[in-house]
Design a protein around this ligand. Structure first.
Ligand code: NAD
Ligand code: LMR
Length: 342
């Protein structure tokens, strides 16, 4: 059973309301920030998953209407809306996966780090509630700057005594989705065949697509590698500029986040073949958090795909070394934020 967990079987999207196809809907998912630009289309996409029995939509405002609207779709998930801090705990009770896109998006001229001052506190309070109400859940952090908000979430969970590094994920799926799209376009490949791992982090040069690991195996000229890498790294900014003050990527992000939710649910359901890139606590490099491909299972991360980092091209090796200082600084900024609040 899959919705759009990978580019392998997207036709399931159309099958979710087909009565001949009824996998057991048994998982509960909460979206924190569900009335926002990402939250609404994300809620729509995951409402179509045949694996979900309950979909809890939380926001500080405007969420009841979204929930009422979505609840009329005839797919299995029961939709409930929760508004404001007094309803946050209930939105999280017994939840298997929590997705957090709460927070402000960029405007032209801003970096993701410029969002830190507002979003750090939003992620901290959201994750505190997760720790108190569903500490066993998979936690998907979308709010930027992801390079710092994931370390913030880890520290919050540690302070609450419930940190499980195997279940805390920074959502970098959009980088993979973009890499797949741009590589397929450039090389005239069928989209369904293309898979490009993206490692590092989720901002500027910390986003490192491993074109040498692209599937199917394709030859790129040095010029193509440079162009594609920069396009993937700047794709978020491309959208921010095109929206001209109206926010950042929401639709492609919702698609990517729905894929990551679906992968998590398949893993929780016992599928033994689920791999995704994600920004997680890691020992693959000297950095404490790092995005790479991981194997997902019932208990979260089951394994790291170490081989992706072996035999990198010279271009990738250099780019990997170049991203480390920036990524380290973002991690330290996140850790210091929680430390200071103590
Ligand atoms: P948005 O402003 O449209 O929506 C954010 C929502 O969060 C709003 O509905 C708002 O009411 C809600 N919110 C604010 N404070 C909250 C709180 N304390 N608790 C619960 N909800 C709260 O923004 P958006 O376009 O949906 O983007 C959300 C975040 O996702 C931004 O930080 C953006 O940078 C980030 N983002 C990340 C990726 C990624 O690849 N990881 C991609 C796109 C956007
Ligand atoms: C993205 O990559 O689209 C997001 O991180 C949003 C942004 O600010 O670029």
């Amino acid at each position: 059973a899959t919705l759009l967990a990978s580019n392998r079987r997207p036709e399931i999207l159309l099958r979710s309301s087909n009565h001949n196809f009824q996998p057991q809907a048994s998982f509960k998912v909460a979206v924190i920030g569900a009335a926002g630009g990402i939250g609404q289309p994300l809620a729509l996409l995951i409402k179509m998953s045949p694996l979900i029995s309950a979909l809890h939509l939380y926001d500080i405002a405007n969420v009841k209407g979204v929930a009422a609207d979505l609840s009329h779709c005839n797919t299995p998930a029961q939709v409930l809306g929760f508004t404001g801090p007094s309803e946050l705990a209930n939105s999280l009770k017994d939840v298997d996966v929590v997705v957090i896109p709460a927070g402000v998006p960029r405007k032209p001229g801003m970096t993701r780090d410029d969002l830190f001052n507002i979003n750090a506190g939003i992620v901290k309070s959201s994750v505190e509630a997760v720790a108190d109400n569903c500490p066993e859940a998979f936690i998907h952090i979308i709010s930027n700057p992801v390079n710092s908000t994931v370390p913030i979430a880890a520290e919050v969970l540690k302070k609450k005594g419930v940190y499980n590094p195997k279940k805390l994920f920074g959502v970098t799926t959009l980088d993979v989705v973009r890499a797949n799209t741009f590589v397929a376009e450039k090389k005239g490949l069928r989209l369904i065949d293309v898979d490009v791992p993206v490692i590092g982090g989720h901002a500027g040069i910390t986003i490192l697509p491993l074109l040498s690991r692209a599937k199917p195996s394709v030859k790129f000229s040095d010029e193509e590698i440079g162009e594609l890498t920069v396009r993937i790294q700047n794709a978020g900014t491309e959208v921010v500029e095109a929206k001209a003050g109206g926010g950042s990527a929401t639709l492609s992000m919702a698609y990517a986040a729905a894929r990551f939710v679906e992968s998590s649910l398949r893993a929780l359901d016992g599928d033994g073949d689920v791999y995704e890139c994600s920004y997680v606590q890691s020992e693959l490099t000297e950095l404490p958090f790092f995005a790479s491909r991981v194997k997902l299972g019932r208990k979260g991360i089951e394994a790291f795909v170490k081989s992706d980092l072996e035999g990198l091209s010279e271009y990738e090796e250099k780019a990997l070394e170049a991203l480390k200082p920036e990524l380290r600084a973002s991690i330290e900024k996140g850790l210091a934020f929680v430390e200071k609040q103590a």
